[in-house]
Design a protein around this ligand. Structure first.
Ligand SMILES: Nc1ncnc2c1ncn2[C@@H]1O[C@H](COP(=O)(O)OP(=O)(O)OP(=O)(O)O)[C@@H](O)[C@H]1O
Ligand SMILES: [Mg+2]
Length: 168
């Protein structure tokens, strides 16, 4: 069905809307691998940071399996760290799969509001949200292409709805 598997790496601050975007990718038949879900599977809950190394290993294994079966995959994580992006790019490269960076953006105050509206165990400290937001905001297309992405797409999550919608 899919002659060439592609890897989409989501990049966005906490609360930017990555998992919402990922759901629409899943509806298109793309296998979504979520780092938060992997933390819940390998650790105690979605926000269990101690489970991060195990969660990355879990996602890497499933990425490998999907690409081996030529199934397109999207990775739902913040993607804020270069070394994490490079890890997915390397795995994609091993399968000859082109990778797309999908940068998901919302204004910082919207990300902070969404973060504050979440259950306690999913709260990310505000300074961490702010730092990641700034890091990602500074990521240019050229830098992502230099890392190895074949293309860079950017999506902004809708402002009018965002501002009045605290629902998870
Ligand atoms: N386009 C949108 N319009 C309105 N609300 C949105 C939109 N995108 C996301 N939201 C809302 O914002 C909140 C956070 O979205 P989401 O869970 O997708 O963020 P995330 O980037 O996956 O965050 P995290 O990094 O913490 O997993 C949710 O309550 C979601 O319903
Ligand atoms: Mg999410």
């Amino acid at each position: 069905m899919y002659p060439i598997a592609t890897v989409t790496v989501l990049i966005g601050a906490p609360g930017a809307g990555k998992s919402t975007v990922a759901r629409s990718l899943a509806a298109d038949g793309i296998a979504v691998l979520s780092l938060d879900e992997a933390r819940a599977i390998r650790g105690e809950h979605e926000g269990d940071q101690r489970a991060t190394p195990a969660a990355f290993a879990y996602v890497a294994q499933h990425l490998h399996e999907n690409l081996a079966a030529a199934r397109p995959v999207a990775i739902d994580g913040t993607g804020a760290r270069r070394r994490d992006r490079v890890r997915w790019l390397r795995l994609a490269g091993e399968h000859g799969a082109p990778a797309t960076a999908l940068v998901v953006w919302a204004p910082l105050d919207v990300c902070l509001e969404r973060n504050a509206a979440r259950p306690e165990h999913r709260h990310v400290p505000e300074h961490v949200v702010t730092r990641m937001w700034n890091t990602i905001d500074g990521l240019g297309d050229d830098e992502l292409v230099d890392e190895g992405f074949s293309r860079v797409d950017r999506v902004t999550t809708a402002l009018a709805q965002d501002l009045g919608d605290d629902a998870e």
